[in-house]
Design a binder for this molecule. Sequence first.
Ligand code: 13P
Length: 251
Amino acid sequence: MRKKIVAGNWKMNTTVAEGVALAKAVVERSAEVPEGVDLIVAPPFTHLVSVAEVLKGSKVGLSAQNCANKAKGAYTGEVSVDMLVSAGCGWTILGHSERRQYYGETDALLVEKVRLALDAGLGVILCVGENLDEREAGRHFEVVTEQTKAVLFNFTAEEMAKIVIAYEPVWAIGTGKTATAAQAEEIHECIRKVLAQKFGQAVADDTTILYGGSCKPSNAKELFAQPDIDGGLIGGAALKADDFIGIALSF
Ligand code: 13P
């Protein structure tokens, strides 16, 4: 079922103590968020167990920011999907542009990660989005279509029920430059059309597609009012409970 979701990607920010305090503040304010709007926080790996404890019994879900592309074994420094499940995660973000850009993650690698995550019972928030050069060259539809197909066309219609897509134009991330609601909507609409070609209209209509990139309380309302925008993946503004909840109150 298509959902309304506001997810906070904390990236590499906060100490454990700061993260626990932030999670507590989010849980406290989550009572203000209406039924039907799901909240998720994605702290760093080191925080997951402690934050899971804080979130217990609340309406706030827990996500990792990444996972390994191997199930277990001699992969120093990696974190497996089973570890994430055992830490209390229900979700993992995959394919964030920062992973693609700084750590060389490819669509082929992401197929492996999505496979493992789904098989472990995790929901996946898969990120797609064009960079500034691609946008300026007018290639944004093409790039996002290709990323969507290259990863998701390896999965079944049933598996799509556990996958959320986040459209995050790279030029809008952390720059203060939000895509306009119209720019975001036309890409979301395009993603839904691509999904419909492969999985049928019902699956496309049921897929939750989030927008990310300098989303804040002041612009969330207009973005979330678009027919194909089902919520947000929030970076900087997710580090303040007031802003994060303010965005969730923008539906
Ligand atoms: P900002 O909200 O800081 O632009 O980050 C968006 C993002 O990358 C979320 O994953």
